[in-house]
Design a protein around this ligand. Structure first.
Ligand SMILES: Cc1ncc(COP(=O)(O)O)c(C=O)c1O
Length: 452
């Protein structure tokens, strides 16, 4: 290895080979501590994953207790109590008949598996030609090739475009920059109707499913569709025999102030995908959740769902996720996400009044997004070369605050960040987060003015 490629802290490949992140030592509540003693307020739950905060003793205890009994068994040879209990308890917490769980290790695996189950269910009904999966132009469903193929994320796709599917074509419900130049409600939900147009173009007999994030996270900075958007989506899917997959990897498990973000919209998907908050950062685990009807079709057909990963439904991860779910329920964290989310959103809008760089504040519960603009009245995006998202994140980090990048909604450019602290955050901690963010925005203002 050449010395220039050698990071100072070893051989781990970091996102930026020229900038090794500082070593972290421990976490407690909403804070992480570096080895040098620096304290960071985790304003984005890592990658919107550490939903119950860091260092929770109950999780450590559940982890140890299960590890002492059994860490691994393979799903075709044994079932195990923790994964059965997790499926039962989660099913009770989710809407409709969504009660059948396939556990995997990451959100990317789970979105791909959801698509495979959708396609399989059409095969079982004698409709093998239904294989296309439509998704939105601004979306992120994961980093593996199948999941990336469904994602409308220009930056993450670009190197591998030749290998990827091309069906991320449905207009996004991005009201700030409406793809049709319209305004809600006069638009009459033209973005939802675009799904119908794309189904027509593909031929409804070829379309298996439509996949969407309830709120567009990593690629859109918490783009939040209008209240009646998903009802229209559901109608269009039903009318065209297209399954609706809600990718709740980021929005699920209480993040938006409801167990499933689709509950805000009163719509139940055919398949729902969970990740991130399911293990809350304590273990790699994700899940595809299917409803009764879909499972009945597969059961009455081949009766086989053969998509396992080696570690699918392993007892250790399941026991940890079960302890996370108990913690969420015992501490009323879904309600706290709703209450603290309102506080956070209101105070972010105050920040917007003082910092013209904030062009929009949007989101639900503790998934809030800030879109950053060069001109607040015209909403002009910054040139990508300015890396304004990266600048704000670095200023925040220097203040001891972590926030998450979500740039790229404006045809691959456009700047946005997510503010998504653990659902355990208290009101005084929200105020601290805002003070740090305010200071970071002041630094950004100074820097941008110096460059102008
Ligand atoms: C909505 C959504 N789906 C899927 C994924 C992929 O999950 P993972 O990174 O666990 O593979 C992500 C990750 O950010 C996500 O936000």
């Amino acid at each position: 290895m050449s010395s220039s490629a050698r990071g100072r802290s070893g051989h781990v490949i970091h996102p930026d080979l020229r900038r090794t992140p500082p070593p972290v030592a421990r976490g407690e509540g909403i804070y992480l501590y570096g080895e040098d003693g620096s304290r960071y307020l985790d304003g984005c739950s890592g990658a919107v994953a550490a939903n119950i905060g860091h260092g929770v003793p109950e999780i450590r205890e559940a982890m140890t207790a299960q590890a002492e009994k059994l860490a691994f068994s393979f799903r075709s040879q044994f079932t195990n109590r923790p994964s059965e209990a997790l499926a039962e308890r989660l099913g009770a917490a989710l809407p409709g008949s969504l009660g059948w769980f396939f556990f995997v290790n990451s959100g990317s695996e789970a979105t791909e598996l959801a698509v495979k189950m959708a396609i399989q269910s059409w095969q079982e009904r004698g409709r093998p030609e239904k294989t296309r999966v439509l998704s939105r132009t601004v979306s992120y469903h994961g980093i593996t090739l199948g999941a990336l193929g469904m994602s409308g994320h220009v930056g993450r796709r670009s190197r591998f475009e030749a290998l990827l599917a091309k069906d991320a074509t449905v207009a996004s419900p991005y009201c700030l920059r409406c793809p049709f130049g319209l305004r809600y409600p006069e638009c009459a939900l033209a973005c939802a109707d675009d799904l119908q147009a794309r189904i027509d173009a593909a031929g409804k007999d070829n379309v298996a499913a439509f996949i969407a994030e309830p709120l567009v996270g990593a690629s859109g900075g918490a783009i939040t569709p209008p209240p009646d958007y998903y009802r229209r989506i559901r109608e269009i899917c039903d009318a065209n025999e297209v399954l609706f997959i809600a990718d709740e990897v980021m929005t699920g498990m209480g993040r938006t102030g409801a167990m499933s973000a689709m509950q805000h919209y009163g719509v139940t998907p055919d398949l729902l995908v969970l990740g991130k908050g399911l293990g809350a950062g304590y273990t790699p685990i994700a899940a595809v959740v299917a409803g009764d009807e879909l499972m009945r079709i597969i059961e009455a057909g081949s009766g086989a769902v053969l998509y396992g990963h080696t570690l699918s439904a392993n007892p250790l991860s399941a026991a940890v996720a079960l302890a996370v779910l108990s913690y969420i329920e015992d501490h009323g964290l879904v309600a706290n996400a709703a209450a603290r989310g309102e506080q956070l959103a209101a105070r972010l809008r105050e920040l917007q009044r003082r910092h013209p760089v904030i062009g929009d504040v949007r989101g639900l519960g503790l998934l809030q997004g800030l879109e950053l603009v060069a001109d607040p009245s015209l909403l002009t995006p910054f040139p990508p070369s300015e890396d304004v998202t990266g600048r704000l994140i670095r200023h925040a980090f220097a203040q001891g605050l972590m926030i998450y990048p979500a740039a790229g909604a404006v045809q691959g450019s456009g700047d946005a960040v997510l503010v998504a602290p653990p659902l355990t955050i208290r009101d005084a901690e929200v105020e601290e987060l805002l003070r740090l963010l305010d200071a970071a925005l002041v630094e950004l203002d100074v820097e941008l003015r110096a460059r102008a």
